[in-house]
Design a protein around this ligand. Structure first.
Ligand SMILES: Cc1cc2nc3c(=O)[nH]c(=O)nc-3n(C[C@H](O)[C@H](O)[C@H](O)COP(=O)(O)OP(=O)(O)OC[C@H]3O[C@@H](n4cnc5c(N)ncnc54)[C@H](O)[C@@H]3O)c2cc1C
Length: 307
């Protein structure tokens, strides 16, 4: 297997430059929102951008590389994920006010932290971030959104590191953002981005955030691990409506079940395996296809080998 992580760690001149944390065979269970899945062969949590750039410069081409934020949209199969996984931590970079309602935000910062900061800064238009549990980096890749707003609406430009650790900047206009997707290359790691809002009264921002929070609590399952929306909505129908129409609420695989509160959410009611979630999802896809002729598309990304 192609792997030079051990060599990197045994090379003192490089190892001393790396201030982050390395893990070997790290279980995903306590990291992912679904609390299920296998192990990550190698995991690195960088301390900062420089640190990450040094590591990337040392990696041999061809090494499988995956980048994650909060793992709120990821299911790693029970057989685990080989190669190197990089987890972008919240400390990665701070939120910095630029000018004219523009914020520079690190890719590891939680979306909801940015929304909260906008109250003090009196920046409107970013309130929807309070409803998404992931990081800025994951949100950009997924073009995450809710209640009529999505990342593409607030993005000005994005800073990346490429696979060789070189800095690259792209304007949002150069990227094709679609519903819960973007064409950003898998070879690029987002390090920060400039987001733009507009001047708005703090109390109004607070009210909108509170409204979003209340709506989430009343419409989404609380207290169980979940991966949020399992499937993307169809052009005509919401995924939850199709599942609801079929009366599939009782369907389950092991401890993976469909939430009563939101039929497009799968929840882990105990010790669900990644395969339970994947099998449950595939069962729903098949039933919806047979009944309505509509093929639901996974919104949750599934990676790794079967256990
Ligand atoms: C309870 C719940 C509610 C949710 N509600 C919503 C919602 O309302 N709207 C919505 O759109 N989504 C929602 N989601 C899904 C999820 O939160 C979003 O997709 C989120 O943006 C993912 O961010 P993340 O940091 O967790 O990314 P991850 O899940 O870690 O990764 C997602 C993708 O982004 C890539 N990625 C992550 N960080 C980087 C980076 N720095 N550089 C390059 N690539 C990167 C990963 O490789 C992967 O392809 C919800 C999920 C849950 C659990």
């Amino acid at each position: 297997m192609l792997n030079n992580i051990d060599t990197i760690l045994k090379t003192p001149s490089v190892a001393k430059e790396l201030n982050g944390k390395f893990f070997y065979n790290k279980s995903i269970k306590n990291l992912s929102w679904l609390k299920a899945g296998g192990i990550l062969e190698y995991l690195y949590i960088p301390k900062n951008e420089n640190d990450l750039s040094i590591l990337l410069q040392e990696l041999i081409p061809g090494l499988e590389l995956n980048v994650f934020g909060k793992l709120s949209n990821i299911l790693i199969r029970d057989g685990g994920l080989s190669g190197l996984s990089i987890l972008i931590p919240p400390e990665f970079k701070k939120i910095t006010y630029q000018k004219q309602n523009i914020l520079n935000v690190g890719s590891g910062i939680l979306d909801k932290e940015v929304a909260k900061k906008c109250i003090d800064l009196q920046i409107g238009g970013l309130e929807f971030l309070s409803g998404i549990p992931g990081t800025i980096g994951g949100g950009i890749i997924m073009n995450a959104g809710c209640y009529g707003s999505e990342f593409k609406d607030i993005l000005l430009d994005i800073n990346f590191l490429d696979k060789k650790g070189k800095k690259i900047k792209l304007k949002a206009a150069e990227i094709d953002f679609k519903y819960r997707a973007s064409n950003i290359s898998k070879d690029l790691i987002i390090t920060s981005a400039n987001l733009k809002g507009f001047k708005k009264d703090s109390e109004e921002i607070k009210r909108k955030i509170n409204k979003i929070t209340k709506k989430r609590i009343s419409s989404q399952p609380q207290g169980y691990p979940t991966g949020g929306s399992t499937f993307k909505n169809d052009k005509k129908y919401k995924a939850w409506q199709l599942i609801n129409k079929l009366g599939l609420k009782e369907l389950r695989c092991g401890d993976a079940v469909i939430s009563d509160q939101h039929n497009n959410f799968m929840i882990n009611i105990g010790k669900a395996k990644a395969s339970d979630f994947e099998n449950l999802g595939e069962m729903i896809i098949e039933k919806v296809l047979n009944e309505f002729g509509i093929r639901l598309e996974w919104e949750i990304q599934i990676l790794g080998q079967n256990g």
